[in-house]
Design a protein around this ligand. Sequence first.
Ligand code: AMP
Ligand code: ZN
Length: 138
Amino acid sequence: MGECIFCRIAKGELPCYKLYEDDNTMALLDIFPVHPGHALVMPKKHTTDIFDTDEETARQMIAAAKKIAPAVMKATKADGINIGMNNREAAGQEVFHAHLHVIPRYKDDGLKAWHKNLFKDEKQKQEVHEAVKRELAA
Ligand code: AMP
Ligand code: ZN
């Protein structure tokens, strides 16, 4: 298997519509945008997803997204912006180099990011609340 596609973009080996770069991060247009202006923000160094991305790199990525978001918002005359990250295949990740999506959104554009559900019952709510807190404390 060849090298990661986003690493190759970061090194300038593959073309992209670059929007921004600094020492540690790069932002580019997504080639299959939800809406035009949909941008991707990634660390230049390879990490796979949120789980193996160190805190400093995560900070750098969100700081870059904070710069990109208002620029995308104004340039595309969007009404809002979604910032999201897919982690692992089950969550829709297709490129296994960590990145944030910065997605312009419009009133009544009809997109639904995800369905909302009710908890099955009060017990389920309490159990998951406890389980996540337990992991955080571990
Ligand atoms: P994800 O599903 O979070 O892994 O998102 C990967 C995103 O990368 C998708 O939205 C693709 O459209 C986008 N993408 C894949 N290849 C390229 C590329 N060469 N240049 C820009 N965007 C790309
Ligand atoms: Zn990579």
